[in-house]
Design a protein around this ligand. Structure first.
Ligand code: BGC
Length: 347
């Protein structure tokens, strides 16, 4: 475990950058600003280290950005229609920050604030944040923890724990943008992807609120049940792809058992790096970085759309308002828990 400065914010607050690693040499850098994953270094098929997530070199860039690179998004990831929720018959107004909707909890979400370090070891770090009642619009004073751990089998394990003193909603996710050839490698079209999902949740229009339907992927560009290159169908003439400007959709995971299991696998033939996604979540958002244009990232590299993909594990988007979806409600004093592992290997 090492710690160094990650620069200061526009308000002069110093951020820190922590390194956690395992005995095999897999290293992960995380900052206390947004409990954000900044770099994930894994070895390719020739034993060379590659940084497989997009990011920036200092906290000021994270403060300014709108892409959520590597961020811990909460209390509620993804979109909420009309930026309103209703819990126990009471309506709560959230920030309107994406058309008339709320996206990733707005400008005071957990990705936009400092977290405190609760515990640190060589291979893991736990951050904690306190979220006051109605601070982001959600009911209840809440305490949220996230633990990043580099496992001995080269996994980046991310665990969320949260409680609140009122009945509320939690739907935490990590927003890492992966490029398994390395963050500066350009398009991910040749990466293959497989997702254990026979269904996805189509959206109403380009504002990306789901219709409520859980539709079959069969015969559509959304069929990733067998591994295929990400670029194979992405330019297809398909209404849903037009709405998202590419993939920006939630897949309904075909769970085979309760608890954590492998739900998706991505693979980059050039580097030989494979990433398995294991989670206990029921949904996973595939986002192919459609809205990134010339974003200057680590080492001055310019990132563009389709230079990465996100696999954000979560409840389905807008599930808090959509009666057809499983609703994430955490009762006062009860524990919200969620666990995802991005596991790396070479072929
Ligand atoms: C959303 C995209 C959004 C991106 C950055 C993703 O989770 O699905 O629509 O552009 O986050 O905010």
């Amino acid at each position: 475990m090492s710690k160094k400065s990650f620069g200061t914010t526009s308000k002069g607050v110093e951020a820190s950058l922590y390194e956690i690693s395992n005995a095999k040499g897999m290293r992960v850098l995380v900052t206390d600003f947004g409990a954000t994953a900044v770099s994930v270094f894994v070895k390719d098929k020739d034993g060379n280290e590659r940084d497989v997530i997009l990011g920036y070199d200092d906290v000021k860039s994270y403060e300014k950005e709108t892409c959520y690179f590597g961020a811990t998004v909460g209390r509620y990831a993804n979109r909420i229609s009309d930026a309103k929720i209703n819990i126990d018959g009471v309506e709560y107004q959230l920030e309107v920050n994406d058309n008339e909707n709320n996206l990733h909890s707005g400008s005071h979400g957990t990705s936009e604030r400092f977290w405190t370090v609760k515990e640190q070891k060589d291979d893991e770090i736990t951050f904690e944040i306190e979220d006051a009642d109605l601070e982001q619009g959600y009911p209840g004073n809440a305490v949220i923890d996230v633990t990043y751990k580099v496992t001995e089998d080269n996994g980046l394990s991310i665990t969320y724990n949260a409680t609140a003193d009122k009945t509320t909603t939690f739907n935490m996710t990590n927003h890492s943008y992966f490029n398994l050839n390395g963050h500066a490698s350009g398009s991910v079209y040749t990466h293959t992807l497989q997702i254990n999902a026979a269904h996805f949740t189509p959206v109403k229009d380009s504002k990306a609120i789901p219709t409520g339907e859980i539709a079959p992927v069969e015969g559509t560009p959304f069929d990733f049940t067998e591994a295929k290159p990400i670029g194979r169908d992405i330019e297809a003439n398909d209404t849903q792809l037009h709405y998202g400007s590419g993939y920006d959709h939630n897949f309904a995971i075909d769970k085979t058992a309760p608890g954590i299991e492998r739900v998706a696998t991505a693979y980059a033939p050039e580097s030989g790096i494979q990433m398995d996604v294991l989670t206990d979540c029921i949904g996973i958002q595939l986002y192919t970085a459609n809205f990134i244009v010339g974003q200057e990232g680590k080492g001055g590299v310019k990132y563009n759309n389709r230079d990465a993909f996100c696999l954000e594990t979560q409840y389905y988007p807008n599930s808090i308002n959509e009666t057809n979806f499983s609703t994430p409600i955490t009762k006062a004093g009860e524990k919200y828990e969620s666990h995802t592992i991005y596991k790396f290997s070479v072929r």
